[in-house]
Ligand binder design. Structure first.
Ligand code: HEC
Length: 111
């Protein structure tokens, strides 16, 4: 595993810092698995009419929203701008903090 990570790091020593590339790749992968079906592959679709596309939303905001949904599975305490759906709770409940951060980074990089 260490060797694989090292190989990836060496391979991606380019314009971007290596760590960012790894996180973006993981974020893109997770986004496709967990989010694209409703928000669109480029995050430019909206699952409900009142909402704006999430592409380009600040990473901190995306991460905060995802954590809020995730926590709602336990404490029903949610504050987001556009209603509330069990679908979003289901999409976030098993994500690790790293996946949340990486997905947020990926969404913020889209436009
Ligand atoms: C099954 C459909 C579905 C999936 C899968 C899904 N979402 Fe959502 N998402 C919604 C809906 C519907 C809303 C509107 C708010 C609500 O109903 O809770 C929403 C709201 C949001 C918002 C808040 C937007 C705003 O303007 O307040 C963000 C950010 C978001 N989703 C990101 C994600 C990410 C990232 C993933 C993947 C981890 C994801 N969603 C997976 C349907 C989905």
């Amino acid at each position: 595993m260490k060797r694989v990570i090292l190989a990836v790091l060496l391979a991606s020593a380019g314009l971007m810092a290596a760590g960012d590339t790894v996180s973006l790749d993981n974020g893109a992968k997770r986004y496709m698995q967990k989010c694209a079906v409703c928000h669109g592959p480029k995050a430019d679709k909206t699952p409900i009419t009142k909402m704006k596309p999430i592409a380009g939303m600040k990473a901190e905001k995306v991460a905060r929203i995802l954590v809020n949904y995730q926590n709602d599975a336990d404490n029903n305490d949610l504050r987001i701008s556009h209603g509330y759906s069990q679908e979003m709770v289901n999409a976030t409940v098993y994500l690790s903090q790293k996946d949340i951060d990486d997905i947020a980074l990926y969404v913020s990089s889209l436009k």
